[in-house]
Design a protein around this ligand. Structure first.
Ligand SMILES: C[S@@+](CC[C@H](N)C(=O)[O-])C[C@H]1O[C@@H](n2cnc3c(N)ncnc32)[C@H](O)[C@@H]1O
Length: 184
């Protein structure tokens, strides 16, 4: 696989632009999978383009864990959560600080892994941790940016996910791009 690099924090603002919904409509993408009261994770959340809709979909009885490796992304996300009135539902977890997969064993119904896996140096550990945190039957919506990620690298990620135990059904989460569901 290619050498990974983390997108700079200031690029996080570009993921929030309203025009993005024409390509990645959060409610269309997440709505069929996320229900009221669910416990979910937005891994590589950045400033929360998907986290806020996830919090609205899970509702006040749900929980949304937002994981990122850059604190500035999570600080901005927390402010946005207050503005959108969903902060009680959102928990921010910083990799290397308060992100501890062992604490969330068998707790998650759903994980969003959107345009981030290619930035993670050790994908085998990532999939292993996500597998452990999901409940049996829980799933990951896995998506990578086409062009930026080659189909053969996406396929390598799928093989790593299968090796830790995920099943990969035929259906695709988005009509276009490199996507798959990974089911525990
Ligand atoms: C390209 S952005 C995508 C953000 C978001 N998923 C979206 O679609 O709007 C990737 C994000 O993943 C984060 N990231 C990179 N490596 C990570 C890692 N090892 N663990 C957690 N987050 C990571 C980056 O800091 C960045 O916020």
């Amino acid at each position: 696989m290619k050498k990974q690099s983390v997108c700079p924090w200031w690029l996080g603002y570009t993921f929030l632009i309203p025009l993005r919904k024409y390509q990645h409509d959060p409610y269309k993408i997440l709505g069929p999978h996320v229900k009221q009261g669910m416990t979910v994770m937005d891994y590589g959340s950045a400033m929360g383009y998907f986290s806020i809709p996830l919090a609205k979909l899970t509702g006040s009885k749900g929980r949304v864990y937002c994981v990122d490796i850059q604190e500035k992304m999570l600080v901005n996300l927390k402010n946005r959560a207050i503005k959108h009135d969903v902060s009680p539902v959102i928990n921010t977890l910083l990799v290397g600080k308060n992100y501890n997969p062992a604490e969330l064993k068998n707790k998650l119904d759903f994980v969003l892994l959107f345009m981030v896996a290619h930035e993670v140096p050790d994908q085998a550990t990532l999939f292993n941790d996500l597998y452990a945190m999901l409940k049996p039957g829980g799933k990951i919506l896995f998506f990578e940016p086409q062009g930026h990620v080659k189909p053969e690298d996406f396929e390598k990620s799928i093989q790593l996910a299968k090796a830790v135990g995920f099943k990969v059904p035929e259906d695709k989460p988005l009509k276009k791009g490199l996507g798959a569901f990974l089911v525990k």
